[in-house]
Design a protein around this ligand. Structure first.
Ligand code: SF4
Ligand code: SF4
Length: 375
């Protein structure tokens, strides 16, 4: 079976040359990559990325977004920078600006693919567990896309890369009418399933502060979630350190749901219409949507490009698993040593489970040929 080709530019910069810098290498790599195969003349192209949060201040840097936008334009496409609502839309557009992602820096307009309220979406069949997913209408309709993913850890998915970005990033927080078809359907979290144990609660208010919808009330030793507001994003349960707040999420079930979501989003694109870029810089242990970002768990590795979401994630995962844990990071706090499998040892479940599930769903193949552009 032919392997998927994944191109790689290393983050190492050993010569005093622009062409040897990470931006210079990225530019060389995307110049050689045949964007023209995926993009037709004057076609609208979504450059999909995560804009970070007020505290998670290290999303993909504008320099790489700008170069991607320029390359799409050089290939004849008309690019825009797309994201789905993670926090209330108007606030998110401002956060993107604070984090250096804007039309001025990136050279293309910023678009909320599911509208300011995150409810512009279209239901698409996905798989036997979640049934349908609410794909952001712009992602649903746009003919071509570059998925620009910040590869890093993730407390629930174990890692965030191309597949998770397609799934959680291409689906809206909620559908106006059909419950369970938004991201919550993948998190398997609903307000009535969250359990709160007063005896374990230390009333730190972390859950309340992390909620993007201000859906939680804690008063007179009573915890409530306003179901009308809740997006079922799961952040409240994730930040509770005492176990007072828990959601019965089976980690493998979550991975299966996540991959079904990716399948639903992929079904809205034709063949050879998506390019994937995984940026392995500033690899913090958690998602860019969390309120803060810890230091990187491993040294910068580089940037990868390809057209198979499974192969690019497998290659990225293998690179990160083989990396040494950085001192004074969560990895060393947990006692991880060189020679282990960094990401598999950091978060549960083993990220490989999700990739195997993606293969089973026919989203791509794990076999890849990693081509270093400088070797
Ligand atoms: S995060 Fe946990 S311990 Fe803190 S207030 Fe919420 S439920 Fe209680
Ligand atoms: S799941 Fe928790 S954090 Fe997320 S919107 Fe609902 S109450 Fe808020």
């Amino acid at each position: 079976m032919a392997k998927s080709k994944i191109y790689f530019a290393s983050a190492r910069n050993t010569k005093w040359l622009y062409s040897d810098s990470m931006p210079g290498k990225f530019e060389r790599m995307i110049e050689d990559y045949k964007f023209e195969k995926y993009i037709e003349k004057d076609e609208w192209v979504a450059v999909k990325m995560h804009w970070g949060s007020e505290g998670a201040f290290r999303p993909i840097r504008a320099t790489f977004v700008r170069k991607t936008v320029d390359r799409v334009r050089a290939a004849g496409g008309d690019p825009f920078i797309a994201e789905t609502v993670r926090i209330p839309g108007l606030k998110y557009l401002k956060v993107a600006n604070y984090n250096g992602i804007s039309q001025e820096t990136c050279g293309a307009p910023l678009v909320l693919a599911d509208g300011l309220y995150g409810t512009d979406n279209i239901l698409v069949k996905s798989g036997p567990i979640i049934g349908e997913v609410a794909v952001a209408s712009v992602i649903h309709d746009v003919p071509a896309m570059v998925v620009l993913s910040h590869f890093k850890g993730h407390i629930q998915a174990s890692f965030g890369g191309a597949l998770k970005h397609l799934s959680m990033g291409g689906v809206s927080a909620r559908h106006r009418a059909k419950k369970g078809t938004g991201r919550g359907g993948m998190h398997c979290l609903t307000p009535d399933r969250v359990s709160w144990d007063m005896d374990k609660c230390v009333f730190c208010m972390a859950c309340l502060e992390v909620c993007p919808r201000k859906a939680i009330t804690i008063a007179k030793k009573k915890f409530t979630i306003d179901e009308r507001l809740c997006w079922a994003c799961g952040r409240c349960a994730r930040v509770c350190e005492t176990g007072a707040l828990s959601d019965p999420i089976d980690p493998e079930d979550f991975q299966r749901r996540l991959m079904e979501g990716a399948k639903g989003v992929l079904s809205t694109f034709g063949k050879d219409k998506i390019i994937y870029v995984n940026v392995m810089l500033d690899m913090q242990p958690e998602c860019d949507c969390m309120p803060g970002a810890d230091v990187a768990i491993a040294q910068d590795i580089g940037i990868l490009i390809g057209d198979d979401p499974v192969a690019i994630d497998q290659a990225s995962l293998d690179l990160l698993n083989a990396a040494d844990p950085l001192p004074n990071s969560l990895a060393t706090d947990l006692g991880l040593k060189p020679g282990g499998k960094l990401l598999a040892d950091l978060h549960r479940p083993d990220p490989q489970f999700g990739l195997d599930e993606a293969v089973r769903l026919g989203l791509g193949k794990k076999e890849y040929e990693l081509i270093d552009i400088d070797k």
